[in-house]
Design a protein around this ligand. Structure first.
Ligand code: PBG
Length: 323
């Protein structure tokens, strides 16, 4: 035998020398759920270790994460029922606690990057990402609201706007609104290939944002499709996106790979709530080892071609890495 691949695996030193992919804390984006009550800290039942943070409490949590080396955060609002309307007007209200906390966070931690979520579902009585009329999710009528929400977020200090709604044409509408108001340095991370997935269940529990009727299949992508992800990517880039996202991650590693092959712009993998819940649940039962399973799954996303990874594991990973 002239070739014995095992020779390159014979010690940790040699394995390290030939290792092709790495995960750094710098690649990770940590999601935080924001609640209105300043001192709230309530654990999400289906996501052990993940909490809804009050607007005051979240500041100490971010401080702790920053100490661990985490530099990128995305915020999701837990909107009380009383603020929900058909058109989600609270999303750009100047009293909105989510916008106010973003301003406070950026004031306290100017060095971190802060990403937003743009979609109607947390603010809408219908729980859909767009305006609902007679059971139909209206596309073009939703765009002005998404742009207004994005502008309010840019004004609040968010560095990256994250449209997760999957309406057609929203990246252009948002980019034009931001540029018209001189926010040309505010980035857009487009949820480009966002699938109609069963893996969002725990997130919808966290936010109480599940659709009141119907499903999201008329706007989120069919899990059976890959080529369509390229079309979504082309449109998002043409319309002004800075990053393309694939969501979920684990069942869509091929899509991450395809987008990375086809686009120059960075790809983000969204390692979603259900993927986190599976590993947590199995490890709580003693059926899987948490740390090694976490690292292996994050590595698979990097190997597939993800630059950044949005993941609920970020803090656990940072702790592991720090030892
Ligand atoms: C809302 C939104 C969802 C997630 C992120 N933004 C849920 C959905 O589309 O129903 C899911 C994230 C996760 O499961 O971790 N537009």
């Amino acid at each position: 035998m002239y070739q014995r691949p095992r020779r390159n695996r014979k010690s940790a030193a040699i394995r390290g020398m030939v290792e092709e992919n790495h995960i750094e804390i710098a690649h990770l984006i940590y999601p935080l759920f924001i609640a209105e009550q300043a001192n709230e800290k309530s654990e999400i039942a289906s996501m052990p270790g993940i909490f809804r943070w009050g607007t005051e409490k979240v500041l100490t949590e971010i401080e702790e994460c920053v100490q661990l080396g985490i530099k990128n955060f995305v915020l999701f609002p837990v909107v009380p029922e009383k603020y929900k309307t058909k058109r989600g007007d609270y999303s750009y209200d100047d009293q909105n606690f989510y916008l106010k906390v973003a301003t406070e966070i950026k004031k306290r931690f100017p060095e971190i990057s802060l990403m937003s979520d743009v979609a109607l579902d947390p603010y809408s009585i219908d729980g859909h990402d767009g305006i609902v009329e007679n059971g139909i999710i209206l596309n073009d009528e939703t765009l002005p609201i998404l742009s207004q929400m994005s502008l309010a977020q840019a004004q609040a200090g968010f560095d990256i706007i994250g449209p997760s709604d999957m309406m057609d044409g929203r990246i252009r509408a948002i980019r034009e609104m931001l540029d018209d108001h001189k926010y040309d340095q505010t980035s857009i991370m487009a949820y480009s290939a966002k699938y109609a997935s069963a893996f969002y269940g725990p997130f919808r529990d966290a936010l109480d944002s599940a659709p009141k009727s119907g499903d999201k299949k008329t706007y989120q992508m069919n899990p059976a499709n890959k080529e369509e992800a390229i079309l979504e990517g082309i449109l998002d880039i043409e319309e002004g996106a800075d990053f393309l996202m694939v969501k979920p991650a684990l069942s869509y590693l091929d899509v991450i790979h395809t987008l990375n092959d086809n686009f120059i712009q960075p790809i983000t993998a969204y390692n979603v709530s259900g993927e986190y819940a599976m590993i947590k649940a199995a490890s709580e039962k003693g059926w899987l080892d948490y740390n090694s399973t976490m690292v292996e799954t994050l590595l698979s996303m990097r190997r597939a071609g993800a630059n950044a990874i949005l993941t609920y594991h970020a803090k656990d990973f940072a702790k592991l890495k720090k030892g």
